[in-house]
Ligand binder design. Structure first.
Ligand code: CO
Length: 150
């Protein structure tokens, strides 16, 4: 079965990204890694380092989008865990063969040129989990600072 390499990030849905970033910096001593707008996922996000763990805070670009309505309905809070894999396509193939419930049958673009796919929460005892294949070009050029998290 699929092999998870590391915890890539913990994603937290927020209603006000700038306010949330300030809270994480002031109250957890978080260091801001980068901010990014990911149009394909309809979000603006900020990645922060907290004690070596990447926390991804994200806000919906459009409150009427699918993700916007989902956040409004469920409220702000922990949204998903993301684990890094070497090959997201191979991982999805294994899941499809094992009939694991998937949100994404095929990988889609994630932040920082990663490729991602989500499993349905019923696949993992109620938690939404994402598998992430980090940007290969970046990791192959050995730019370790930038290939951290995504
Ligand atoms: Co994520």
């Amino acid at each position: 079965m699929a092999t998870m390499r590391a915890l890539d990030h913990i994603a937290i849905a927020v209603l006000d990204l700038d306010a949330a970033v300030t809270q994480y910096r002031e109250r957890l001593g978080a260091n801001l890694i980068e901010t990014e707008t990911v149009e394909s996922q309809g979000v603006r996000l900020a990645k922060l380092d907290v004690g070596g763990v990447t926390i991804e805070l994200f806000q919906a670009l459009d409150p009427e989008s699918r993700i916007g309505r989902s956040i409004a309905k469920r409220g702000a809070g922990i949204h998903h865990l993301a684990f890094a894999v070497d090959d997201v396509d191979a991982t999805l193939e294994e899941y499809r063969e094992a009939a694991v419930p998937l949100v994404d049958e095929h990988a889609r673009p994630g932040s920082a040129n990663s490729r991602v796919a989500f499993l349905r929460p019923e696949a993992l005892a109620g938690a939404l989990v994402e598998v992430v294949e980090p940007d290969r070009a970046k990791s192959e050029t050995g730019n370790s600072e930038e290939s951290e998290g995504s």
